[in-house]
Design a binder for this molecule. Structure first.
Ligand code: UDX
Length: 459
């Protein structure tokens, strides 16, 4: 089949390449000629493991092309996926739909045949119905233009796998439309459906809400464990052992119960805020006031990390050399949007510390966002003469660090684990002071020589 994908960011580029991987002829569309040139040349403009191979394989096979031309896209296919970004509005919680509207307003007047626009972007509930009215009004094909919503659940760092082997396909359709969308999408996703991926057909608002509800739930789960970790800090209990024990309950599950610096990125923070804003517009704001708390628990983790670092260096950050390992909002990504790691690095600098940041993939993006921080080209370089080493993003490279890697590099053997992913016992045994975000001050300030992990002391 033929389809187009509008927007070539994390979502759109992955979707375009993966639709081609499923055997379809795909045209990716973006207004940014730079992105189009890179993708056409087989280069992914961001870091996403495995995407480069899928991209190049399908470019070579002739199933995938990229363009900036809307007329070319309108002529190419009758199914148009919409995968542009919906960031947070400046100074407001609501989502900024300008990119979604720009695509629709430019594309619809070119649609002179019955066509289906399939939204994948995360949007406030009600957007799809509004777009359908707009499309019918603007398109020469009028009522022949349908809008369906097929939200995307991909995680950065696992985008290819999540697109080709999703947990479920959710498709929202409009009962008043001609009704081609369901059949077309079933055909486009035939291989996935044959492989057993559940295909859930809903109306438009349900499909829109599934996505924001899923992200709200995940954010709540993370903030739940982080709130519990604050109680653990106060009592000396071990939040990691607690999460393991909770996770054995099949109704709860262990995933997304990783306590630490909390969530960031281009999705969870802005999606829960946009969800609250939309609920307010709909007169249902009370229903989601708990998300305000989820947000504030999450943001508090960053301040707590700065406080812990301050304690770790003896009470004042002024003049302290701090190494921050990790800048991306999570491992296997170069995305620094609302990154807890970079936020902490910035706050440390504001408190007078000299901060040196290292990240395996996110240095360029970090420099653009926070040009005043110092960036190192390796973990060891960042840690040179450090008074404390902060682990802020749990890249494998950092999880694998052992004391001997840094023993001779740092000025003081102090490590602050913001993701609770190191073996505290090992660091303590090697003469380091190991601090874990979410452990009690008593455990964290203990200069254990017993070799027991601080996070296991009271388990
Ligand atoms: C998220 C959703 O998972 C995905 O389904 C949706 O399509 C987009 O938003 P993503 O933003 O790529 O995906 O990241 P995710 O893996 O969900 O992690 C989000 C943040 O939560 C990261 O900053 C991560 O470090 C943090 N996190 C995750 C925790 O703090 N603890 C955990 O246990 C899990």
């Amino acid at each position: 089949m033929r389809c187009t994908v509008f927007g070539t960011g994390y979502l759109g580029a992955t979707h375009a390449a993966c639709m081609a991987e499923l055997g379809h002829d795909v045209l990716g569309v973006d207004i940014d000629p730079g992105k189009v040139a890179k993708l056409s040349g087989g280069e992914v403009p961001f870091y996403e493991p495995g995407l480069g191979e899928v991209l190049r394989r399908n470019l070579d096979a002739g199933r995938l092309r990229f363009t900036t031309s809307y007329p070319e896209a309108a002529a190419f296919a009758d199914v148009h996926f919409l995968g542009v970004g919906t960031p947070q509005k400046k100074g407001e919680y609501a989502a900024d739909l300008r990119h979604v509207h720009a695509v629709l307003d430019t594309l619809a007047p070119l649609l002179d045949r019955p066509s289906v626009i399939v939204g994948k972007s995360t949007v406030p509930v009600g957007t799809a119905a509004e777009l359908r009215c707009r499309a019918v009004e603007l398109a020469p094909a009028g009522e022949g233009v349908e809008v369906a919503w097929n939200p995307e659940f991909l995680r950065e760092g696992h985008a290819v796998e999540d697109t080709l082997r999703p947990d479920r396909l959710v498709v929202g359709v409009d009962a008043t439309s001609p009704g081609r969308a369901e059949a077309l999408l079933r055909e486009l996703y035939a291989d996935l459906i044959a492989a057993g991926v559940p295909f859930l057909l809903t109306d438009l608002p349900t499909a829109e809400l599934v996505k924001v509800s899923a992200n709200a739930f995940l954010a709540t789960k993370i903030s739940f464990i982080n709130a519990i970790s604050e109680v653990c800090e106060a009592t000396g209990a071990d939040v990691s052992a607690l999460a393991d024990a909770l996770g054995h309950d099949a109704r709860i599950g262990r995933r997304f119960l990783g306590a630490g610096l909390g969530f960031g990125g281009g999705c969870l923070p802005k999606d829960i805020r946009a969800f609250m804003a939309r609920a307010g517009e709909l007169g249902a704001d009370q229903a989601l006031t708990f998300l305000r708390e989820v947000d504030s628990i999450n943001m508090r983790r960053r301040t707590k990390m700065v406080e812990l670092a301050t304690r770790a260096v003896g009470g004042s950050l002024l003049g302290a050399n701090i190494a921050v390992l990790g800048a991306a909002f999570k491992p296997d990504s170069d995305d620094v949007r609302d990154s807890p790691a970079l936020n902490v690095a910035g706050m440390l600098q504001l408190h007078g510390a000299a901060v040196s940041v290292y990240d395996p993939k996110a240095l360029d993006n970090s420099r653009r966002l926070f040009p005043t921080l110092t960036y190192a080209t390796s973990a060891a370089e960042a840690c040179r003469a450090a008074d404390a080493v902060l682990l802020a993003t749990e890249w494998d490279e950092f999880r694998r660090l052992v004391p001997a890697d840094l023993d001779e590099v740092v000025r003081s053997r102090v490590i602050v684990d913001g993701r609770r992913c190191l073996d505290g016992a090992q660091w303590n045994a090697a003469g380091w002071r190991y601090f874990a975000l979410g452990s009690s001050p008593r455990d964290n300030s203990r200069e254990t020589r017993s070799g027991r992990s601080t996070s296991r002391v009271d388990a």
